[in-house]
Design a protein around this ligand. Structure first.
Ligand SMILES: [Zn+2]
Ligand SMILES: [Zn+2]
Length: 261
């Protein structure tokens, strides 16, 4: 249930900003370089009026991240709802080669409800446009992978057309990551180009805080401003309401159901 005081203040301070009810990318202390517990994140999500939050701690190739929580199937210990917020069991897998190989095996991906894949400098070097793009295409071809994180990151330049061709072919999602506008210098132009192309192609977006501290949960301001500047239609944002996002998760279940692990 939405905290009415926060909801009203949020409205007053963000009059021009669309309200999104799902945060599709967040980290807890299980990532080892994030600073809040799942309970703190869920509490923050409640206070900000969110309806659902994806837990997406890093795969083990990030130093210190030892996701025993997923390797042992322990995500099943997490209740579906905390503080009335639907907790979606996910992971942020690291892409570790230029074919799109990742540090999460399919049998563990099968324990997730939502899976993000990403290139991180601590796990793989920039291979140049062709190799980086191949890495993303390979990851997208895994049926469990729903979305690539922070694909506008200039530290890993890509062929945006080829990347979005594959997203379209696989009927997957594109993430607009709020942290990219803060911590990944030079991302903004790429992100806006990606948003404009998604609008033209009818590709669906998710919007994510990529929170590493609870106060960042549900913070989408930079991403939403970019989306609004590009005139991207809210109906194509699958994370705008819990109902839309849960409907996407059902679509994902159908996509993965025929896949043997
Ligand atoms: Zn990441
Ligand atoms: Zn992340």
């Amino acid at each position: 249930m939405t905290n009415p005081i926060y909801f009203m203040s949020h409205l007053l301070y963000n009059l021009s900003i669309m309200i999104l009810k799902v945060d599709t990318h967040s980290h807890t202390v299980a990532s080892c370089h994030a600073y809040s517990t799942l309970k703190e994140n869920a509490q923050e999500a409640y206070e900000k009026g969110l309806e659902a939050l994806v837990i997406s701690d890093h795969g083990p190739a990030v130093q210190g991240a030892a996701p025993g929580y997923i390797l042992s199937g322990a995500l099943a210990f997490v209740p579906d709802y905390v503080e009335g917020v639907r907790l979606v069991k996910g992971v942020e897998a690291n892409i570790i080669d230029y074919e799109g190989g990742m540090d999460i095996k399919d049998k563990y991906f099968a324990c997730t409800e939502f899976a993000i894949a990403a290139l991180h400098t601590v796990c793989i070097r920039d291979g140049g446009v062709m190799e980086n793009t191949d890495a993303l295409l390979g990851a997208l071809q895994n049926p469990y992978v729903d979305v690539i994180a922070h694909s506008g990151n200039p530290q890993f330049p890509i062929d945006i057309d080829a990347y979005l061709d594959e997203v379209e072919r696989q009927n997957k999602l594109v993430e607009i990551n709020n942290q990219s506008f803060v911590f990944r210098a030079g991302s903004e132009g790429n992100c806006k180009e990606i948003i404009r192309q998604c609008k033209r192609r009818g590709i669906r977006l998710t919007v994510a805080s990529d929170s590493h501290f609870c106060k960042n949960i549900g913070e989408f301001g930079h991403a939403v401003r970019a989306i609004e500047e590009c005139g991207f239609p809210e109906e194509l944002i699958v994370s705008s309401t819990k109902e839309k996002f849960l409907a996407y998760l059902e679509e994902r279940k159908r996509r993965c159901s025929g896949f043997e692990v």
